[in-house]
Design a binder for this molecule. Structure first.
Ligand SMILES: Cc1ncc(COP(=O)(O)O)c(C=O)c1O
Length: 397
């Protein structure tokens, strides 16, 4: 028997990276070796002291049962100390909840806070999870273009009044995937005022909190009054190379935290105690390792920007994340076709900008989760293909 997808799951479709992963697998089966500058999975292992702590935690029977919903007290205490030390933000227990990876919370939030007649405000280009959560909730979406001339910050004053009236939440994400842009404290202050004025929940996805270069990026919660109107979501995936462990947390407005906790409790459930306690340890004891990881990404970013410049391609200087947002030459109209051809004929994977929304058209996202030499080699191949696009295609045909 063949079962058909529901309308909502059919609309969500498959993630671009999942489709690309399948294409890569097929090429690898034919013996082709691929330079993968598409993925967003850290290439380094979890810091060893965290793994060692998890081994100890695994032997503790207290971690073998169902974990308490919303996070255990050990992790919550570590989160409080961490936010105090890193951002000078005080948190109470009811301002924290824990779940298995931030994607689970990001996709849940539209279902938690919006009804089908409501609207959710999203940046574009953006990480896929916001759009998927909105589709699953049945709510409407209003996209806010992030443009280079506005430093990739949304223009909150440009949202029409009739949209504002129906809007229930706004997603923000800085350092930003895919552009690498950072937010300013002034912008977050403005977002807080905006949220308060229009009674809109601000959801700040802080996935790349710790991966910033020239300047430490602010936490949304550092803005006065932020807890009145929003939450921040922090994941262990990137900061500690713990993407496979599936652990993240949200901090901020207690009423949003309560609803999110309620949703998680009734759907995906709690997070393995071993993982929570290893995470709590990571927050308090891995400052030096985090610094080393940042330096590693900085070296790769600088090498990538140099290589792109040498090849005559334009890219924004990212202030954080492990991504570079590069402009394709003007004669390449279809970034998705370009990405597919680049993979098939030059064996380099990147993500086309329009996979992050229409505003990303004409751009590509290059990731820095490979050794520097691999990144440079990949950039040379891709730039050569892009700069001689018509000729390369004629030869292929
Ligand atoms: C902006 C952004 N938010 C959230 C996530 C997901 O993180 P997690 O591993 O916690 O689900 C990612 C992962 O790529 C991301 O880029």
């Amino acid at each position: 028997m063949q079962f058909q997808p529901s309308e909502r799951i059919a609309e969500v479709g498959q993630k671009y990276l999942a489709i690309q992963q399948e294409q890569i697998k097929q090429l690898k089966r034919k013996g082709v070796s691929i330079i993968n500058l598409g993925r967003g999975n850290p290439d380094q292992p979890t810091f060893k002291p965290i793994v060692d702590q998890a081994k100890t935690e695994l032997n503790n029977p207290i971690n073998h049962g169902y974990p308490p919903y919303g996070g255990n007290q050990t992790l919550k205490t570590s989160i409080k100390s961490f936010y105090k030390q890193e951002y000078r933000v005080d948190l109470a227990d009811d301002e924290i909840t824990v779940f298995s990876g931030s994607t689970a919370a990001l996709t849940a939030l539209p279902m938690v806070l919006a009804n089908p007649e409501d609207i959710v405000l999203t940046p574009t280009p953006a990480f896929f999870a916001y759009h998927i959560g909105i589709t699953m909730s049945g709510a409407g979406e209003w996209q806010l273009p992030l443009l280079k001339e506005n430093n990739f910050l949304p223009d909150l004053d440009a949202i029409p009044e009739h949209i504002l009236k129906k809007s229930k939440l706004l997603f923000l994400n800085y350092p930003h995937n895919p552009t690498g842009a950072g937010a300013t404290t002034a912008f977050f202050n403005k977002a807080v005022q905006f949220g308060k004025k229009h009674h809109i929940a601000i959801i700040h996805d802080f996935a790349y909190a710790d991966i910033s270069f020239e300047q430490k990026v602010p936490s949304f919660l550092q803005s006065p009054g932020a807890k009145d109107t929003g939450i921040e979501i922090y994941t262990f995936s990137k900061t500690f190379n713990m993407a496979g462990w599936r652990c993240a947390f949200a901090v901020g407005n207690p009423s949003i935290i309560k609803l999110l906790k309620q949703y998680i409790q009734n759907s995906v459930g709690g997070t393995f105690g071993t993982v929570q306690n290893a995470g709590g340890f990571a927050l308090l004891h891995q400052k030096e390792q985090r610094q080393k990881l940042r330096s590693r990404y900085l070296t790769r970013r600088n090498a990538a920007l140099n290589a792109l410049k040498q090849c005559g391609m334009h890219a924004s200087k990212s202030s954080g994340t492990f991504f570079i947002w590069a402009k394709l030459p003007d004669n390449i109209y279809d970034d998705k076709a370009f990405a597919k051809e680049l993979l098939n004929y030059r064996h380099v994977a990147i993500v086309p900008g329009s996979a992050f929304g229409e505003t990303g058209k004409g751009y590509i996202r290059i990731s820095l989760v490979s050794p520097t030499q691999t990144i440079i080699a990949g950039i040379h191949l891709l730039a050569n293909f892009a700069n001689n696009y018509q000729e390369s295609r004629d030869l292929i045909d």
